[in-house]
Design a protein around this ligand. Structure first.
Ligand SMILES: [Zn+2]
Length: 279
């Protein structure tokens, strides 16, 4: 049973329900005007947990606060965490919300998806800029979702270099050095062995322009031949380690265990949806 249903049941049986019923229309009218931008909420859910402090993701604060207040109302989050920072406490609470809806495993890892977010918002606030990873498909024989394939296709067009996939998404255990980053959606490895330095830079730049957190990896970094590892920012099916890499990318790091400086081409960080609105 979901927390929302619990709450309705509670209102139905306790004395004072009549008072709540009188007050409810006003509360509903107030919240109806509020809107949470799903793109911003999901971006904050990737970027905020890896920060040292409680800094906000630019533009995400008001939307995250609506989500946090709803989690408080559901009894899943302590009120002190309603601060617009989608940190680990909020992520854990959101995961419990997903579990209450029947999701499990990676579908309850605390990264908001369209279904869980619209369910949480129901009767409280509206949700704008809904995003989904699309349906499962294949590209060059590897598993992906349609959003990631669209991103790769556009990056290939921009780079004018043929992309060669060597690992896709939804591939737990395929590459032990990837530490689970390919378990969910949005992950890709591209062969870089045969590319010139200029082509590697062109591909990396194009991937970043369309909304991937992407880095060139050399054999000394993870014992794999030269390749480009990419994670699609704001893919709501990302594994937990992949979400963390997006956060590290936005912090200007390399996404590796050594937490080194990002050594890739400096491109304005963006998401696929933001790219499509401006391209
Ligand atoms: Zn990879």
């Amino acid at each position: 049973m979901s927390g929302r249903l619990d709450r309705r049941g509670f209102l139905a049986v306790v004395p004072g329900a009549a008072v709540a019923a009188v007050l409810a229309p006003h509360a509903a009218a107030a919240s109806a005007a509020a809107a949470a931008d799903m793109e911003m909420v999901v971006l904050a859910a990737q970027c905020d947990p890896v920060k040292d402090g409680t800094g906000l993701t630019p533009g995400a604060g008001p939307s995250v606060r609506l989500v946090e207040q709803a989690l408080v109302d559901e009894g899943l989050l302590a009120a002190q965490y309603v601060d617009g920072h989608f940190g680990t406490a909020t992520r854990t609470a959101y995961g419990r919300w997903q579990e209450s809806l029947g999701f499990s495993g990676p579908d309850a890892n605390g990264l908001p998806g369209k279904g869980s977010l619209t369910a949480l918002a129901e009767g409280r606030f509206s949700v704008t800029r809904l995003i989904t990873p699309g349906s499962r498909t294949t590209f060059q024989g590897f598993p992906f979702n349609t959003r990631t394939v669209a991103m790769l296709t556009e990056a290939q067009r921009l780079a004018k270099v043929s992309l060669v996939v060597e690992q896709g998404s939804y591939s737990p255990g395929d590459d032990p050095t990837s530490a689970g980053t390919h378990d969910g959606g949005g992950a890709v490895d591209l062969d870089a062995e045969a590319l010139t330095a200029a082509q590697r830079t062109a591909v990396l730049t194009a991937l970043r322009r369309v909304g991937f957190a992407a880095w060139l990896r050399n054999p000394s970094q993870d014992d794999w031949p030269w390749h480009i590892h990419g994670i699609a920012v704001n893919d709501t099916a990302l594994s937990t380690p992949a979400q963390k890499q997006v956060g590290m990318y936005y912090l200007g790091r390399n996404g590796l265990a050594n937490n080194g400086q990002d050594d890739g081409p400096q491109v304005t960080k963006t998401t696929w949806e933001q790219y499509r609105r401006t391209a």
